[in-house]
Write a protein that binds this ligand. Sequence first.
Ligand SMILES: [Zn+2]
Length: 248
Amino acid sequence: MALIGLSSWACSEPAVHTGTILHSEVLEVVDSLPAFTKSELLGQFNPAEHTGFARVPDAWTDKNDIYLRSEVIEAYRQMRDAAMRDGVGLLIRSATRNFDYQKGIWERKWVRPRYMGWQAVDKARDILTYSAMPGASRHHWGTDIDLNSFENEWFESDQGATLYAWLQQHASTFGFHQIYDDKSTGRTGYELERWHWSYLPTAGPMLDAFNRAVQTSDLTAAPFSGAETADSLRVLSDFVNGVHVPPR
Ligand SMILES: [Zn+2]
């Protein structure tokens, strides 16, 4: 199984001078770098059995048995507590979704009666307005969450606007960012999602790893309806990479 290291910087060789190692501290840093398997980048795993994941506490969500990476749980705990102190109630509506789960969402949309007679590429493009192809969802990574409501308009209601303003002001302090903005930044891909927040300390390196490890052929080879359209719809460049992130 391929392991994709996260090192984006080069670690120089220790300086050796007449048999004496100078600056020996440079030897210690490389081993601590995390790595991701190609399978987990593509969502082909069970988060309940992954040692890097933990169950989302029942009080935080209206779902049963959903999971996030352990460090995401801890960061979210702090954000949730801070929000609560300010009178803002965050609710997780969706967390990790693996390939099979995402495939279920995709296939249910694929057979919508209104798509009768549509070409595969037009169906796929329409579904991609808000839903990722299986294999290409950030929800596979255990770093991304959907909060409170799947309707952008809700975030303009009294309660929703207060909550959204709180997130815009404070979420980045805890590592969470709204990556699917209104596209005024020139971003491509999915439409505005005020509910979708990504834990970038982990998701940023995961996107780097994904871009190094995953080819369009990994998506088109997967068993789901319309997989063959991934190339012409530029799913990797326009959708997986169609995110607004602050400069690192
Ligand atoms: Zn989402």
